[in-house]
Design a protein around this ligand. Structure first.
Ligand SMILES: [Zn+2]
Length: 148
């Protein structure tokens, strides 16, 4: 895996751990060049969950999009990337507990807000204030970029 700090592709795994439900394997890696540590996640590819938008349109759940929203909300805040990955994991986990294989963007927003509140007050307020109005991560990311 490419080191996110220096770009070297040589690393060693220092720790591997399965999630409680055994559907994600998390590996702590150490770059052999700069010796910094980072985390990779291995998961089974699944049929994506559908997100129901406010106007009833459906689109597949996009973890990367959620992560972008979280990163923007946590910009310049002391929140480790790993905590955000965990947050996204818990959202995905909650989705897997639903039987319908679809979830409203509103419900996702509420879950994110709840979890962010425990992580960082500023990120929470940023996310909550914008997300409540848009209920859409794309619009949220755009709005936050404009705020800066
Ligand atoms: Zn490195």
């Amino acid at each position: 895996m490419r080191c996110p700090f220096c770009g070297t592709t040589e690393d060693r795994v220092v720790d591997s751990r399965e999630s409680r439900e055994a559907d994600v394997i998390r590996r702590r890696r150490e770059c052999t060049k700069c010796e910094r540590r980072f985390t990779s996640y291995e998961r089974i590819e699944q049929v994506p969950y559908q997100v129901v938008k406010r106007d009833e349109r459906r689109e597949p759940f996009d973890r990367a999009k959620l992560m972008r929203g979280l990163q923007v909300a946590c910009r310049k805040r002391p929140v480790p990337q790993e905590k955000l990955e965990r947050l996204a994991d818990s959202i995905e986990q909650a989705m897997q507990d639903t039987t319908e294989r679809e979830i409203s963007s509103k419900a996702i927003g509420r879950m994110v807000i709840e979890r962010l509140r425990e992580l960082d007050p500023v990120a929470y307020v940023r996310f909550a204030s914008v997300y409540r109005r848009f209920e859409d991560v794309d619009a949220f990311v755009k709005e936050l970029h404009q705020l800066r």
